[in-house]
Unconditional design. Structure first.
Length: 156
């Protein structure tokens, strides 16, 4: 007759064997989009892969997407396009992920880091001056789904 500790140990071994034989690596893959604010080709993408069992991440070869008149902050618009802060150009640019310029929104102030509200209806940008005040610009109708750009601007 098996004792209680032997039964428990056997159950643990059986459970571990079942888990370990069923364990499989999950590979996460995708594309990262990023900007370089050094001039020239300044909107890029790179593929990545990550294995959650080996904890190995790999990056592919960077590919240029576009040359924007200033490029700093980058976010995805609700339609999947890229919105890019145009630094001192006073613009926020919208590009497809293939690099086609879709729209340019003049804001009248430098635009660096960008964020978007959860509803996808407002884009926030900063000109890195302070103290902040709120200014609202209506976007052109071709500017993705967001209809309002909100700028933190100390000049108001």
């Amino acid at each position: 007759m098996l004792t209680k500790p032997t039964l428990i140990a056997g159950a643990v071994v059986a459970a571990l064997a079942a888990v370990s034989s069923a364990a499989q690596a999950t590979d996460f893959t995708g594309t990262l989009d990023y900007t370089l604010f050094t001039g020239g080709v300044n909107v890029w993408e790179v593929s990545f892969a990550y294995n959650d069992v080996t904890h190995v991440a790999t990056l592919g070869t960077p590919t240029s997407i576009a040359s924007s008149n200033g490029a700093d902050g980058i976010i995805f618009a609700p339609n999947g396009d890229l919105l890019i802060g145009g630094q001192t150009s006073g613009n926020v640019y919208e590009y497809t992920t293939a690099g086609k310029l879709v729209a340019t929104q003049f804001t009248g102030t430098p635009n660096y880091h960008l964020s978007i509200n959860p509803a996808g209806t407002a884009v926030y940008t900063s000109n890195f001056e302070g103290p902040p005040s709120l200014r609202t610009e209506t976007c052109s109708t071709s500017m993705a789904t967001p209809t309002v750009t909100v700028i933190w601007d100390s000049s108001i």
